[in-house]
Design a protein around this ligand. Structure first.
Ligand code: SF4
Length: 193
């Protein structure tokens, strides 16, 4: 095909035609440019941790799952299938990605010794062992089988339990089991269990 000045200008205006006239196929480049940033992400359903409304969210993570690749959260949006929020998020909820991808986020337990004003990092195993030890010792020292009138109460009032807004039904079920197993009376949860 001969390329006159007129056909060249006409093709330049129509874009795609120009590409074909010059022998280029721009379709794949256009398709790439039109792609969304969540095209190749893995979707994970979760719950917004900020308040007791507990809106459903979808977390989009980029990464191919290889051992030497750190998955990166690139987008968080409301879950349209959640009966709580039906895809909507409040201004706090839409900032969730900044909460997840944040170099100031704590990822290990911090310990402050009695009387100290400094926090030090602790290994998870050490922290869990310490908590278990303290809970056991506190329960052994405070468990009441009967009250002052001799009535059986099997209760623990020197330990309290609190729950958070991200606790799912399943977590709350397990917390309930733990609480009743220990005999804990003081209990507070945003779900008002
Ligand atoms: S998106 Fe807003 S309203 Fe929903 S749980 Fe998060 S903070 Fe609460």
């Amino acid at each position: 095909m001969s390329l006159t000045r007129r056909t060249f200008l006409k093709s330049a205006v129509t874009g795609g035609a120009a590409a074909s006239v010059l022998g280029f196929n721009l379709e794949s480049a256009r398709a790439q440019a039109r792609g969304l940033k969540i095209d190749r992400t893995t979707e994970t359903r979760s719950i917004c941790p900020y308040c007791a409304v507990s809106c459903g969210v979808i977390i989009h993570t980029l990464g191919d799952g290889a051992a030497n690749v750190d998955p990166t959260v690139v987008h968080v949006e409301g879950d349209p299938d959640s009966p709580v929020n039906r895809g909507a998020l409040c201004p706090k909820g839409v900032t969730l990605r900044q909460f997840i991808v944040n170099d100031r986020r704590l990822t290990r337990p911090l310990y402050r010794a009695p009387g100290s004003n400094a926090w030090t990092e602790m290994e998870w195993d050490e922290a869990i062992d310490r908590m278990a030890r303290l809970i056991k010792d506190t329960r052994d020292g405070g468990f009441e089988e009967t009250d002052g009138a001799g009535r059986r109460v099997n209760r623990l009032t020197n330990t309290a339990m609190i729950g958070g807004c991200t606790d799912t039904n399943e977590i709350n079920y397990l917390l309930g089991k733990l609480r009743f197993g220990l005999g804990i009376v003081p209990f507070e949860n945003q779900a008002r269990l």
